[in-house]
Unconditional design. Sequence first.
Length: 424
Amino acid sequence: MTASTPAAPIDTTPGRALTMSTVAFTVCFAVWTIFSIIGVRIKDDLGLSETQFGLLVGTPILTGSLVRMMLGIWTDRYGGRLVYTATMLASALATFLLSFAHTYTMMLVAALGVGIAGGSFAVGVAYVSRFYPAQKQGTALGIFGVGNVGAAVTKFLAPFVLIAWGWAAVAQVWALVLLVMAVVFWFTTGDDPVIRAQRAGQLRPRSFASEFEPLRNLQVWRFALYYFFVFGAFVALALWLPRYLIGAYGFDIKTAGMIGAAYSIPASVFRAYGGALSDKAGARTVMYWTFAVSAVCTALLSIPAADYMVQGIDGPKTFHFEIGPWGFVVLIFVLGFFMSLGKAAVYKHIPVYYPQNVGAVGGLVGMIGGLGGFVLPLLFGYLNDLTGLWTSCFMALFVIIAVSLAWMHLAIRRMERATQMQPA
């Protein structure tokens, strides 16, 4: 290109921003959940306990959760194009270095860096929401959230790479793909309307302290608890299911990965439908359905296989109860579907209630939700060691759902009473 040839303008349309952000989030999520597959081989190689395995798969989730709020704030202040690209480059480097780790301690340190990829969610939410009006944000953010399907991509493809060339090759290939994605994203996207207005002198940047003001509202923390389940438990199960299926049903790693993908895909793809449904029927209604159906599913999955004896008319009668592998897959599919609706509904609330603080509020909610993805695998491993029951993980999830549903219902009733008491 000669000096007199003008550079092609960067596309700043909402559709381009949403498309590229969704693709980038898919790649980031695939990297973020890489230990769900390679962790199983590492566990065998290093002879890890269930708790150590839970810590290993949860460490990237910890990093990705803790950085979300700051990444969201930086996106509000400096723009998603810059912050998104930097996030992907940093995570790609850490993922590549993971392939050279050979001790448990080195694995944990590398996993901290890999987890930066998980912070991309807060970046994408803050970036994409600025391109759309309030009445379309639920749908747009729901489509962006489909990037959760990256977990299924890892479960579907990583086992084949692992078996062919080893777990280190999985890390190297995933790092390369993320690096390419970062370059493509930088050259195909532009700054959001707010950043462009600030650079043109049409809008004054907000103070750094003002970004944190909404975090004092209890409502924000209630939204965070919802997301602890609908997203945190999704991530936890995406990481835990291959191990669960191998241990509880005796599947090999390929089959476990495929069944794990059967959970991850509906829990991701239907998030777009959840966003559109939240725009149409209301996020509150969607959350009620999410918690009600999830409570039924986790209650059934909590029941361990057992032999029962009852006293009948003609004497003792025995029968056996067990949820077989196909019944398990059906219930997981239903659970994943309603969790995907709930994820979209939670983030429908945020730009409506806090339009000027999507980065901070969305970052905090995402951070708490992501922490669920870190804490819950640890809890699952601990409960396995403590109880010796594979179904103990679903017992824990049922308790979380019950608390969330009760808090939501009480808060809504309180708001309704306050509205009725206001003078006409």
